[in-house]
Design a protein around this ligand. Structure first.
Ligand code: CUA
Length: 323
């Protein structure tokens, strides 16, 4: 009994939090949670009916009257499940048109591109220039957002369970998803299609703001990085460029303009490093730069383990300061 109780508590604990389809905070996920509860209700109903029929049959003394047996088999085995399943199917299909409709003209548009193993994120604000970031999405509460989902290499799947449905990202194709976030907060997403060695290490954060906070965030992200006056950070910028990091990464406002890896213009302001798997701290920058291949097997980011600790510290100081 005690085990069952703790088992139930453990399962229920997973329903509350930053990454749960049963703790909806968006217009897509609340429909999905609703559908889940109706489906579960339907399944419980059928299960109870089958158990009742089974125990009735076990107790009945043969031979059973022919007519009664036919009613039990046809009624309980064919008609009842057909009615329940058809009702659930119609209910589920009726939800689709609302979920598939594109966001109204003039809504915020965000392209997310799945890469092995991180997320390239491009914002198209209705009144402003597009800008890039990585592994993080910020949204204004209560406004419909149109997502365009692509892949740069293999099939990935975009899923922020608390906010919306799961949609595959397929090379050579654009899939769309629309939802609006209902509650401000911080949520977590995870690639939901096996995409190679580090599939489980491909996460992202979604932060839902009040509209004014969102506007402030978006204005800041659209700006280029400001020059650091701190000597360690200035040296870090120089080292970043001389060691060739700029061949893969862009930092707007510096000479780094590479397009292969994540845009790092405001990397210091992000919640995590390496696509949701490391906390964003100077020490983890250092770990990531020197041991990327050990932390994320198969990653295209080379490990710069030959760099002296002083150089790594300076680069980390510069990146951390890119707020
Ligand atoms: Cu990307 Cu799994």
């Amino acid at each position: 009994m005690r085990h069952a109780f703790w088992g139930a508590m453990f399962l229920l604990a997973g329903c509350d939090g930053v990454q749960s389809a049963l703790y909806p905070a968006g217009t897509g996920s609340d429909r999905i949670a609703e559908l889940f509860y109706w489906m579960t209700g339907g399944a419980v109903l059928i299960w109870l009916a089958v158990v009742a029929l089974g125990s009735y049959c076990l107790r009945a003394t043969p031979p059973m009257e022919r007519r009664r047996a036919a009613i039990l088999v046809i009624g309980g085995g064919v008609i009842f499940p057909t009615v329940v399943l058809t009702a659930l199917l119609i209910y589920g299909l009726a939800m689709l048109p609302g979920l598939l409709q594109p966001a109204p003209e003039g809504s915020l548009r965000i392209a997310v591109i799945g890469e092995q193993w991180w997320w390239r994120v491009r914002y198209f604000p209705p009144d402003g220039e597009p800008f890039d970031l990585a592994n993080e999405i910020h949204l204004p509460v209560g406004q419909p957002v149109q997502f365009e989902l692509h892949s740069a290499d293999v099939i990935h799947s975009f899923w922020i369970p608390s906010l919306g449905g799961k949609v595959d990202m397929i090379p050579g194709r654009t899939n769309t998803l629309r939802f609006s976030a209902a509650r401000a907060g911080r949520y977590r997403g995870q690639c939901a299609e096996y995409c190679g060695a580090s599939h489980a290490l491909m996460c992202l954060y979604a932060v839902v703001h009040e509209p004014e906070d969102y506007n402030r965030w978006a204005e800041r992200q659209a700006l280029a990085a400001s020059k650091s006056t701190e000597p360690a950070a200035a040296r870090g910028e120089e080292l970043f460029l001389t060691h060739g990091c700029g061949a893969c990464h862009t930092v707007r406002g510096s000479a780094a303009g590479g397009l292969i890896g994540p845009d790092l213009t405001h990397v210091g302001s992000r919640l995590s490093l390496a696509a949701g798997i490391l906390p964003n701290e100077p020490e983890t920058f250092l770990r990531w730069i020197s041991r990327a291949e050990a932390i994320k097997p198969g990653s295209h980011m080379p490990s710069f383990s030959i760099l002296p600790t002083d150089d790594l510290n300076a680069i980390a100081a510069w990146l951390d300061g890119l707020q």
